[in-house]
Design a protein around this ligand. Structure first.
Ligand code: HEM
Length: 148
């Protein structure tokens, strides 16, 4: 596995680039839902939001999430990178699981909007919007500061 050590900086760069793309989607899609929830079903605006939401999820968020997992998995497999006796990695992986569940929930809500059967309010999506921000702050502190 020494090739992983040789490529470590490049793999980490790929990891951070894909994390940025995934986070952009996790922050922007619920914001689109906030505005979409306030539009009339069948209106021009509503149909435009449907296209924006589908493209954001399919063209950016899904591939970015897969790339985060692939690069992150390679970092985990790189010898000497993660000290498995420290606690931060376990908390980080739990938070990543929460982000993945949020991704899944956003995909289901997108489908509901696409089929004109969303019943959730703009206020609800405004609150959902805070979740990825909070998780991202915690993850960055865990991986950079490694407090425990
Ligand atoms: C499957 C998901 C993920 C796995 C397996 C994973 C794993 C890892 C590993 C092993 C490292 C190397 C740590 C080190 O060099 O000390 C790392 C670095 C990093 N990860 Fe992740 N990660 C994942 C998702 C995420 C997510 C969702 C974020 C942010 C929201 C994130 C942010 C970072 C950052 C900023 C670094 C660079 C830290 C540094 O400069 O040392 N990762 N990741």
């Amino acid at each position: 596995m020494s090739w992983l050590s040789d490529w470590y900086p490049w793999i980490k760069a790929g990891h951070i680039i894909s994390v940025i793309a995934w986070m952009a989607g996790l922050l922007y899609l619920p914001r689109l839902f906030v505005y979409h929830a306030a539009t009339e079903t069948g209106s021009v605006q509503s149909e435009t939001f449907k296209i924006m939401e589908r493209r954001l999820l399919r063209a950016i968020m899904n591939p970015a999430m897969i790339a985060v997992f692939v690069f992150g998995g390679l970092l985990l497999a790189t010898p000497g990178i993660v000290d498995w006796h420290s606690g931060w990695i376990y908390v980080k992986l739990t938070l990543v699981l929460l982000l993945s569940l949020l991704h899944h929930a956003l995909a289901l809500w997108r489908k509901a909007f696409a089929e004109d059967r969303n019943s959730l309010s703009a206020r609800f999506f405004r609150m959902v919007n805070e979740i990825p921000t909070l998780i991202m702050i915690l993850i960055v502190i865990l991986v950079v500061v490694k407090p425990f």
